[in-house]
Design a binder for this molecule. Structure first.
Ligand code: PAF
Length: 292
């Protein structure tokens, strides 16, 4: 199949007109929200969205309201040309139809005064270490959902807490959209793909996969009913010994509503945030108690 470059749309009225023309043809619409710096994980979300037969909108907006640290916002890669080129490599039928790149005034016009706050789910883990992050994220995602009017939205499981928050807000606000979580895409050495990986030095990139290796080892222990307190201590030591500077959190949570738990029972997740080379990386794995 031939590759297909998406049309770049920057203005909301034009986006709405495009979506209306698709609707007239009886087509469904899917959205893949991004902040750019696209990698194979994003491209896989786009292809999964396109495989449903829906028209696909990729959004690109580096959302200042979800950065609690101005240096982090300044350092965030902005690579629109490269992003558009990457999307253009996807074959027709598995690619994006539109790359929507709104500006700050479109997303936050003068006088903008609304926050979308998802209580509970937003409070622990990344929410505790990045105050305001999830409110900024939930607000912009709600706007992207209403601007695109999409029927389906595709999010990576790497940001598992984000995924749960977005599913909650869509249900709570009766947004007519299905939020679909997709398996984390990893490099060959296991490192979860992330736009932040490009900020790692060569030496740090070498040791970065330790995070996933420790998560896997910990998940195997938890599956044998080992108490989480013991597993957490061992995995934290392993991550630090592997070259990371700090472990921000390592938590075992129920998958349904992210309730903290002490032993693996039912579908649960092990989630981590850790610092390497001045870069904050997150990852998570599912934990399934041994059937035996
Ligand atoms: O995961 C991200 O890249 C962002 O949090 C999102 C969902 C695009 C909202 O800005």
């Amino acid at each position: 199949m031939r590759a297909h470059a998406p049309d770049i749309i920057r203005r909301l009225p034009e986006l709405r007109a495009r979506v209306a023309s698709w609707r007239k043809d009886g087509l469904k619409v899917a959205v893949v929200p991004t902040m750019g710096a696209l990698h194979a994980g994003h491209l896989s979300l786009v292809s999964q969205a396109a495989a449903t037969g829906a028209r696909v909108i990729v959004t690109l907006f580096v959302n200042p309201r979800q950065f609690n640290n101005p240096e982090d916002l300044a350092a965030y890669p902005r690579t629109e040309l490269a992003d558009a080129a990457k999307l253009a490599t996807l074959p027709a039928g598995l690619g994006a139809d539109v790359l929507y790149v709104p500006d700050g005034a479109t997303m936050y016009p003068s006088g903008f005064a609304t926050d979308v706050v998802v209580a509970g789910l937003s409070e622990g883990m990344c929410g505790a270490f990045r105050p305001g992050h999830f409110t900024g994220m939930a607000t912009v995602v709600t706007k992207l959902f209403t601007q695109t009017g999409a029927d389906l939205a595709f999010f990576g499981e790497k940001d598992f807490q984000q995924l749960k928050i977005v599913q909650r807000l869509a249900a709570d606000l009766d947004l007519p959209i299905e939020v679909i979580g997709c398996t984390t895409v990893r490099e060959n050495d296991g490192l979860a793909m992330s736009s932040r990986n490009m900020r790692l030095s060569a030496a740090a990139r070498e040791v970065a996969p330790v995070l996933y290796a420790q998560l896997q080892a910990a998940a195997a222990q938890l599956a044998k009913s080992t108490a989480f307190s013991a597993v957490r201590a061992e995995a934290t030591t392993g991550i630090l010994a592997g070259g990371y500077q700090a472990v921000e959190y390592l938590e075992l949570r129920q998958e349904t509503d992210l309730t903290p738990i002490t032993h693996a029972t039912g579908p649960c997740r092990l989630l981590v945030a850790a610092w390497l080379d001045g870069v904050r990386l997150i990852d998570n794995v599912p934990v399934r108690a041994d059937a035996a």
